[in-house]
Design a protein around this ligand. Structure first.
Ligand SMILES: C[S@@+](CC[C@H](N)C(=O)[O-])C[C@H]1O[C@@H](n2cnc3c(N)ncnc32)[C@H](O)[C@@H]1O
Length: 236
C-alpha cells in the first residue's frame, strides 16, 4: 500500500463530516451550546469544512478553520468560496495554533485530537480559548484495554501513537486545566458508519486508496465492541 494513509483516503475522496455520527451528531452537539453571531469559533482540523460552513450558515458565527492537509484546505476553501461564506482558513497544526491567548469562545474538534500529540494540542486549545470558553470534541476511544497485537493493528492503521480509554481522556483534559468535563458514550456505534456521507473526489487518486477504505471497514467491524468514540465537552 506504499505510504498512503487513512488521511490520504479522506483527503482524496474529500470525505465531509469525516467523524462518527456525521453532520447530524455535529448539529446535536452544537444545539446544546450558547452559540450566536458574536461567537468566535475555531474548527480545529476542519477537513473539507462541512462543520465550519454549518456554523456560519446556521449561527452566523465568526468561524476560522484550521487544517494541516493541503488537499483538505483546498477543498474547504472551494466549499466556502462557492457558498460565499466569510470563513477564514488557516493551513497549520492544532499542536501549534497560530492565534493569541484567549481568542476563541468555542473550539470544535471532530476526530482530530486522537491523531495528534494530545497533551500538546490540549494545552494549545486551553491557551487560545477565552476564560469560560468551550471545547467540543468527538474522539476515538476504546471501550476496554486492548492487547499488544490489537493495539498494533489499530494504531498502525490510523497512524496514532496511543489508544485512549475514557479515563485516559479524563486525565489528559484535567491535566490541561479543563473543568466541567463531560464524556458521553454515543449511540449508534462506529460500525453503523456515517449516515449522511458527502464526498468531493480529487480528479486523480491512487487506486490503492480503495484498499484503505476496505481495510477501514474491516477494522471497524473486527473491533466493533472495542473501538468506539465519545463526545467530549469541557470548559476553560
Ligand atoms: C478524521 S478527519 C476529520 C475532519 C473534520 N473535522 C470532519 O469531521 O470532517 C481528521 C482531520 O484532521 C486533520 N489533521 C490531522 N492532524 C492535524 C493537525 N496536527 N492539525 C490540524 N489538522 C490536523 C486531517 O488532515 C483531517 O482533515
Amino acid at each position: 500500500m506504499g505510504n498512503l494513509t487513512y488521511f490520504d483516503f479522506l483527503a482524496k475522496f474529500g470525505v465531509g463530516g469525516a467523524h462518527p455520527g456525521g453532520i447530524l451528531l455535529t448539529q446535536d452537539i452544537l444545539s446544546k451550546e450558547k452559540i450566536n453571531d458574536q461567537s468566535v469559533i475555531l474548527d480545529a482540523g476542519c477537513g473539507t469544512g462541512q462543520t465550519a460552513a454549518y456554523l456560519y450558515q446556521h449561527y452566523k458565527a465568526n468561524v476560522i478553520g484550521l487544517e494541516i492537509n493541503p488537499i483538505m484546505v483546498e477543498k474547504a476553501k472551494s466549499r466556502f468560496d462557492k457558498l460565499q461564506f466569510p470563513i477564514s482558513l488557516i493551513h497549520g497544526s492544532i499542536e501549534e495554533i497560530p492565534f493569541a491567548d484567549q481568542t476563541f469562545d468555542f473550539i470544535i474538534s471532530e476526530s482530530v485530537l486522537a491523531f495528534v500529540n494530545k497533551p500538546k494540542a490540549l494545552n494549545e486549545f486551553y491557551r487560545v480559548l477565552k476564560k469560560g470558553g468551550r471545547l467540543l470534541a468527538n474522539e476515538m476511544t476504546i471501550n476496554r484495554p486492548v492487547n499488544k497485537q490489537e493495539a498494533a493493528e489499530i494504531m498502525n492503521f490510523y497512524a496514532v501513537d496511543t489508544l485512549l480509554l475514557e479515563d485516559d481522556w479524563m486525565r489528559l483534559l484535567q491535566a490541561a486545566g479543563f473543568r466541567q468535563i463531560e464524556i458521553q458514550t454515543q449511540i449508534p456505534p462506529l460500525s453503523h458508519g456515517n449516515q449522511t456521507p458527502e464526498f468531493n473526489f480529487s480528479t486523480n487518486f491512487e487506486p490503492e486508496l480503495f484498499h484503505i477504505l476496505n481495510e477501514h471497514g474491516n477494522i471497524v467491524i473486527k473491533y466493533q465492541d472495542t473501538l468506539s468514540y465519545r463526545v467530549i465537552t469541557v470548559t476553560k
